[in-house]
Design a protein around this ligand. Structure first.
Ligand code: ADP
Length: 546
């Protein structure tokens, strides 16, 4: 709660406005009931010194005031809530950027998406429906207790205080603690369901190929049923709280009548004040009722909040580096490089040097750590040993300068759900049409793009379903031709491309692009383009001698 409150400090004034509107609004609502009951008393023949005109005018005026103030109370509450949610989203995106590659490499994407979307949404409950209602209830019901003690009798005030505390404090606290685990489990199950569902959508083809539709449908149903069950438990709890609250409200009216009767019998109060007290108490439960139901949402809010703060408090494995001095990128040296994702070392002693007019190939069995070497060159994970460009240690190079000069191209090119032109512009934001055409030609994909009805403006579907894997990979290569880095890391770059196109592309890379290339492949046809070839065996790199 303290962490959530810290985010609110710039909005204190608006919270105050919401609370003031709420307090005056609730008092207006109480006054409506009070003056309505006075009108009734007058109709019943009691001698009241106010005319019907005045009574009706007061009721209408309070009615209008209540409406307007309620609007502004809600407006200010939601204004704060959505401003803060926007701020929290911003903080989360900065954190995701800071944690960057290792986080996205390891974390389930569905879980992350659920944190960024639904977990943040649930915090709305705290900012819009928790903070100001608590303050409003405190002032309104506190005010009623003071009013009763001043104008009726202290026994009636104590009686009201007892029931107010019961509904506004005791019941919410019991409900909160009884339901705490349920809220946390519900958020966890919901998030795991999002991950599962996203996975199933992404893997839909494999599900169909393996005839697993029914299996996935029954898993979806079972997961939905679990969520439904948890939801039902929550609703059941809420219904019980509502029923108990209603019974307590009726008991409070009864006890007010009994105490009032006793007091008026002993000439301690005017009998009229019994009616005033009952009406005042009955009409002042509004703010407390919203508090008594709060824990059902608040439990989930805190569960979401814990998940979000766990993400925000994660320390990055590798920090973004900011250095002003430029670096020449014309050679790469790796000395005694050691690395493991956990205790077990995958890379034991990697030594290697290349100039950026060379193409160097790396071959090794699957899982031997070839891609990991490339990830370390891109500074994605902390390592032992030395990686340096032109004798400058990687750890002393500005992260954005590094990314500008060194880039990776893998077999899994991601194309965004956008036009081909915009997908190419990711590599060079201001690329002209001529530059794009030139890059497409070099990647042997120009004829295909031009054969599409909208050419460069053709939209790539989500998941790139409207183009083949080979075409996707060649569009990815076209990005490289636009980008022209100093060092290009190729991870199985031509795995989905036929031999003819592979030779064309690699020749173009070799002849037209003035850059260093490290190429990982299991295909000898690909590695033949390299000037030197290394074999990775048991975490050690061995240069092949011809
Ligand atoms: P290669 O490219 O040679 O096929 P990788 O470098 O991708 O191999 O992986 C080397 C080993 O590290 C494999 O056993 C793989 O399972 C493991 N590995 C890869 N990425 C991760 C990761 N993010 N977390 C934990 N282990 C990983």
């Amino acid at each position: 709660m303290v962490k959530l409150l810290k985010l609110i400090k710039n909005f204190i004034l608006i919270i105050l406005l919401a609370v003031i509107n709420g307090i005056i609004g609730n008092f207006s609502a109480i006054c409506i009931s009070l003056f309505a009951s006075l009108t009734l008393i007058k109709i019943l023949g009691f001698n009241l010194n106010i005319s019907y005109n005045v009574l009706f005018s007061i009721i209408i005026a309070f009615g209008l005031l209540r409406g307007i103030l309620r609007y502004f109370e809600q407006y200010f509450n939601h204004f704060i809530a959505f401003k803060i949610l926007a701020k929290i989203r911003h903080i989360i995106f900065l954190k995701v950027r800071e944690l960057s590659f290792p986080l996205l490499d390891n974390k389930q994407k569905g879980d992350l998406i659920s944190q960024i979307t639904s977990d943040v949404e649930t915090l709305e409950v705290f900012y819009a429906h928790t903070l100001s209602p608590i303050l409003i209830a405190l002032f309104v019901n506190g005010g009623i207790v003071i009013f009763l003690s001043l104008y009726t009798h202290y026994l009636l005030a104590i009686n009201a205080l007892f029931f107010f505390l019961l509904i506004g404090l005791v019941i919410p606290l019991i409900y909160y603690y009884a339901n705490k685990k349920g809220g946390i489990i519900y958020r966890e199950k919901l998030s795991s369901f999002s991950s599962f569902y996203l996975d199933a959508i992404k893997g839909n083809k494999d599900i169909v190929y393996n005839n697993l539709q029914n299996h996935f449908i029954s898993r979806t149903i079972s997961k939905t049923k679990t969520l439904q069950k948890l939801s039902k438990q929550n609703i059941k709890g809420l219904s019980i709280v509502r029923a108990i609250s209603d019974i307590i409200i009726i008991l409070s009216a009864l006890s007010t009548i009994l105490i009032g009767y006793y007091l008026s019998n002993n000439n301690l109060i005017d009998p009229l004040l019994i009616i005033v007290s009952v009406i005042t108490i009955l009409s002042s439960y509004g703010p407390l009722i919203s508090l008594s139901q709060l824990p059902s949402n608040l439990n989930q809010t805190y569960a979401s909040c814990n998940r979000l703060f766990a993400l925000l408090e994660q320390k990055p494995l590798v920090k973004e580096k900011h250095f002003a001095d430029n670096v020449d990128f014309s050679s790469l040296t790796i000395k005694h490089l050691q690395f493991g994702y956990n205790e077990e070392l995958i890379l034991k002693d990697i030594n290697f040097k290349m100039n950026f007019d060379e193409i160097v190939g790396i071959k090794g069995p699957s899982g031997s750590g070839k891609s990991t070497i490339l990830k370390l060159i891109l500074d994605f994970y902390p390592y032992k040993g030395e990686i340096s460009f032109n004798d400058k240690e990687l750890q002393k190079i500005d992260s954005s300068i590094l990314k500008k000069n060194v880039t990776m191209f893998s077999q899994n090119t991601y194309l965004f759900n956008d036009t081909i032109a915009n997908n190419l512009r990711l590599a060079k934001i201001d690329a002209s049409k001529e530059e794009m055409i030139d890059a497409l030609k070099k990647a042997s994909i120009y004829d295909f793009v031009m054969s599409l009805p909208n050419g460069l403006e053709t939209i790539i579907n989500e998941n790139s379903d409207n183009i083949s894997l080979g075409e996707k990979q060649r569009l990815g290569l076209a990005r490289i031709f636009l980008r022209k880095p100093k060092l290009l890391l190729l991870d199985e770059p031509t795995s989905n491309i036929d031999a003819l196109n592979e030779a064309l592309i690699l020749n173009t890379l070799k002849n037209e692009c003035n850059m260093g290339i490290i190429i990982i492949s299991h295909k000898d046809s690909t590695l033949n383009f390299a000037n030197r070839i290394y074999d990775l065996k048991d975490g050690i790199l061995y240069e092949r001698v011809n």
